[in-house]
Each structure stands twice: as C-alpha cells, then as structure tokens.
Design a protein around this ligand. Structure first.
Ligand code: F6R
Length: 248
C-alpha cells in the first residue's frame, strides 16, 4: 500500500481528479475505452466537482468512459434523492458528455427474484468492458469498501448484502431517521474491486482515523474488509491530516 497524505481534502481531491483525467486522456489517445469504478458518499464529491470543471473549462471529454458504480441501496427508486443513481447524476453524469448507455449502477428497482441474475450480469459486463482500469473507493467506519460489510469474503462478487448497524447509523441523518435507512444494498464484491488494475481509496477527517489505522496497519481480516486491499499491487490511500492522524 502506498499512502499519500495531503494538508486537506480539497488539494487531495484535485490530485485524484488529475490522475483520473490523465487516464481518460491516455485511453483516448490509444483509442480505447476507459473503465472507471465509481463511489458515492461525501468523500468523492470534490473529485467529481473537479472533473466537471475540467469538462466545462478544459474540454475533458467522457465519450470513451464506461462507468460501474460500486453499490446502491435496495430497494431504492432511482428518482429518490437518497439513491446513488440520483447522487451520481447530480454530481457528475448530468454535467459531462458521458454516453448514457455507458453508465452502470446497481439497480435498486429490481424485483427480488431478479437480483441474483442482475449481479451475475453486472460481473460479466465489467469483464466484457475489459475490467476496471481504475476504482475509486471511500471507506465506512465498519471497514466496508463498497458495501462489503464485516464478514465479506476475499473472493466475493456482486451480490446483495445486509447493511451493518453502524453503517445505517451513519446514514440516518441523510434519511431523516434510522428507520428510513434501507436494510439491504447491492454491492460489487471484494473480488470485483480487487480485480481493478488501479485502486485509490479516499478518507477524510478524524472520524476515519481509527479505521484507516486498522486497514493499513492491522492484520488482514474479514472483520475489516478494507484490509483485503493490503495484498493489491497498485493501491493508494489518499488521506488528509485527520484521517492519517492515528498512523504510526
Ligand atoms: C459508497 C460506498 C461506501 C462509502 C463509505 C464512506 O458508494 O461504497 O463504501 O464510500 O460508506 O462514505 P462517506 O464518503 O460518505 O464517508
């Protein structure tokens, strides 16, 4: 693992957006698609904001970009403002020239009996696109990446998962009460994430300091699924001062 500690999350986000933009441009120059795995939540917001700025002011094009989002609540309507579908369109997709058919987000509107096949197809679609060139991650206080909560397997694929209680507490404010937070989500697996050629995990603030310490310095364990990243050969933890403050 490589750690990059920045003074604050704003400058860190600019650096991550720059890396993504360079990847998109290098793939464009090679006439190849650029396959991005994307995250929602508070951590990547400024990265998306900078990518939108680059599109508007510098002509960065997303015409060759194919995206796969990590996760979505289940059940969840796309037009619900709490949906990850809504988040991604609001923060990124509505403001750039990505082709709608190149956007992939786990579908919170499926019938229960459709979920299993959807997950198999999601894995297949990533593979057919050539695999994830770059995966952007945040991290939850449970050590989840995507919604791979404690107990997730090293080789897990896209599937539905029961959200951890702590994860639901952390979402309670946005949902105006824990009773409104969904109990289930559809998430890419640890195995799906680990197949990405390059992984960048973002963590900001003192609230993430202890899980960042466990993730980077702790033993690899399914109790902290992010520790599985320790064996990936191209992962960078992008941190601010707060998130890095417990590291030895
Ligand atoms: C979001 C996701 C989650 C979040 C994590 C951190 O798509 O997969 O793992 O990255 O819960 O959320 P924030 O960034 O809001 O602290």
């Amino acid at each position: 693992i490589h750690n990059a500690v920045f003074d604050n999350s704003d400058v860190a986000s600019l650096a991550v957006a720059e890396e993504i933009a360079e990847l998109i441009k290098s793939k464009q120059a090679a006439n190849e698609p650029c396959v991005l795995g994307l995250a929602t939540g508070s951590s990547p917001i400024n990265v998306y904001e900078e990518l939108v700025r680059m599109h508007e002011e510098e002509g960065l094009s997303f015409k060759n970009v194919i995206t796969f989002n990590l996760d979505e609540y289940y059940p969840m309507a796309k037009d619900n403002t709490q949906s990850y579908w809504y988040f991604m369109h609001d923060h990124l997709f509505n403001h750039v020239d990505i082709l709608p058919e190149n956007i992939n987000i786990p579908d919170g509107e499926l019938k229960p009996e459709e979920v299993h096949q959807f997950c198999i197809d999601y894995e297949l679609k990533i593979k057919e696109a050539g695999g994830l060139d770059f995966q952007l991650l945040g991290i939850g206080r449970t050590g989840h990446i995507g919604f791979n909560e404690p107990g997730s397997h090293f080789n897990s694929g896209t599937r539905n998962i029961t959200l951890d209680h702590i994860t639901r507490i952390d979402a309670a404010t946005a949902f105006l009460g824990i009773e409104h937070v969904p109990r289930v989500a559809i998430t890419m697996g640890i195995g799906t994430i680990r197949k990405a050629k390059r992984i960048v995990l973002l963590a900001w603030g003192i609230n993430k300091a202890s899980v960042i310490k466990e993730t980077i310095e702790g033993e690899i364990t399914s109790e902290v699924p992010a520790t599985y990243l320790q064996t990936h050969n191209n992962v960078t933890f992008v941190l601010d001062e707060g998130a890095s403050s417990d590291l030895t």
